[in-house]
Write a protein that binds this ligand. Structure first.
Ligand code: ADP
Ligand code: MG
Ligand code: ZN
Length: 477
């Protein structure tokens, strides 16, 4: 056991899922050729004036509300001045000492217990461009990302292990995706995290000196980098050294963090109020509107799926992996009426063919098709086995299951006399099996049921077949 306690605080930058940028009308679409989504404003040309994107404000406020943050009716944008090639204006428009949100919190589950992690604040800012070093001999600056709206979510130093930090990030990402404010795409850089890590002797109240780990783009690496960093700091202190406050990077290959630059506490960005933007005023009416439009959070959804719709916690978990999947399930359940049946079918068949990318999802069938298909099974028009066949045929079409059933002349055989006749025929052709079954080899019953199903191409009602086998072979008296 170590004598030190790790302390971790995370800063997350999340791109807001707006169509256009924070202060101009350029597209925010990812992946376009470099510098094709730019204008005088986001290129930082002299004299160009920013105009705030109202939708970005809505999504930022939604984010703060989702994290139980208080809101400040009056806030202000500031210029954070620094030089870097991807920052054409020479400053970033951000919120500094007058952010639109105050403190809030995020609950995470660790080892079956709920831990409440403080949120210091949420504020709005703009993203920088991107330096690219992989296009030929020269490095280029791509300014397509320049001016994309971000929320920065500053967390309190309340986390006590790398595993807690990873869980915090997973939970936060899920909330943002369900709120529809961010696409959660770590690889594309729309959800980025800086981890501040320090250690202190157990029992000490004062925080130790922190190092900031920059921009690690996967949850796995965040956890590894923090674990490495905790260990490194312990070694330094045990050896009698002291930690210097600095910014560190993560090297995936060696599995180590390395020093990027030193960082003084009051890094001087010479922040001052942005003269080209008026103060941001959040009116009650606006806040009420955002509240009314805020989607249900994943945890509440799961709770409702278990308590109201009677799903197992596992099913509730699986069906809330993505907001579109959850929405699909809910619509199908509403149309059909039996949420558990729908949940089983969606899990067994539909999920296999679902692909997601960011906030969008491609579902192989519509909720209406699933609801109708299961209704055909309920009314015994087709068997569960036939339902799978129909499902396979309607995937990626807009055809109605009933149409297909009619077209293929599918009906479930429930006629007892007809099924018994088939069993008799099979029994006559397989005397050995009949003998074996009568002698007590009960597993041979499956053979007969299987043969009937084969002969009827899966259209026989399973219960009726079982009953017929019992009766014809004299298994029940
Ligand atoms: P900056 O913007 O310069 O990174 P902040 O004061 O805004 O600095 O702090 C950023 C983050 O650092 C917060 O998430 C906070 O929880 C975390 N943090 C601050 N002090 C410590 C510390 N001693 N150990 C670990 N995390 C810390
Ligand atoms: Mg920081
Ligand atoms: Zn622009």
């Amino acid at each position: 056991m170590s004598d030190f306690e790790p302390v971790i605080g995370l800063e997350v930058h999340a791109q807001l899922s707006t169509r256009t940028k924070a202060f101009c009308g350029c597209s925010t679409q990812f992946g376009a050729p470099p510098n094709t989504q730019v204008c005088p404003v986001c290129l930082g040309l002299p004299g160009a004036l920013p105009v705030l994107n109202g939708h970005a404000v809505e999504l930022a406020v939604r984010t703060a509300l989702g994290l139980s943050c208080s809101l400040n009716a009056h806030s202000r944008f500031a210029r954070k001045n620094y030089f870097y090639p991807d920052l054409p204006k020479g400053y970033q428009i951000s919120q500094f000492d007058e952010a639109f949100s105050g403190t809030g919190h995020l609950d995470i589950e660790v080892d079956g217990e709920t831990r409440r992690i403080g949120i210091t604040r949420v504020h709005m800012e703009e993203d920088a461009g991107k330096n690219m070093h992989d296009r030929g001999e020269d490095s280029i600056v791509d300014l397509n990302r320049s001016g994309t709206p971000l929320v920065e979510i500053v967390g309190e130093p309340d986390l006590r292990s790398a595993a807690e930090a990873a869980e915090y990030l997973r939970t936060l990402r899920e909330i943002l995706v369900f709120l529809g404010v961010n696409d959660g795409n770590l690889e594309e850089g729309s959800f980025r995290c800086d981890a501040n890590v320090s250690i202190r002797p157990k029992g000490q109240a004062k925080l130790g000196t922190r190092c900031e780990l920059k921009n690690i783009n996967s949850f796995k690496f965040v956890q590894k980098a923090i674990d490495y960093e905790i260990e490194r700091q312990e070694q330094v202190i045990i050896a009698g050294g002291t930690i210097t406050q600095e910014t560190r990077g993560w090297d995936e290959k060696s599995g180590k963090t390395y020093s990027l630059r030193s960082k003084s506490d009051a890094q001087d960005y010479r922040s001052f109020p942005e003269p080209d933007l008026p103060p941001l005023l959040l009116e009650d009416q606006f806040i009420e509107k955002v509240k009314a439009e805020t989607p249900e959070l994943p945890k509440a959804k799961r709770h409702r799926f278990v308590h109201d719709l009677k799903l197992t916690p596992y099913a509730a978990e699986v069906l809330t992996q993505h907001p579109r999947v959850a929405g699909f399930f809910e619509e199908a359940a509403l149309r059909h009426g039996d949420a558990v049946k729908v949940a089983n079918f969606v899990q067994a068949e539909v999920l296999r063919d679902v692909t997601t990318h960011g906030l969008t999802a491609e579902l192989p069938v519509s909720a209406a098709q699933v609801a109708e298909l299961l209704t055909l099974v309920d009314s015994k028009k087709i068997s569960g086995k036939q339902a799978k066949e129909v499902y396979a045929a309607i995937v990626k079409t807009d055809r109605l299951p009933s149409e297909l059933v009619a077209e293929r002349g599918m009906t479930q055989v429930t006629d007892v006399a007809q099924i018994e006749a088939i069993v008799e025929r099979i029994a006559a052709a397989n005397p050995k099996q009949v003998e074996g079954l009568r002698a007590g080899k009960t597993n041979l019953k499956g053979f007969f049921v299987g043969q009937v199903m084969k002969e009827t191409k899966g259209s026989a009602n399973p219960q009726a077949v079982n009953d017929a086998v019992d009766k014809v072979l004299g298994l029940v008296t």
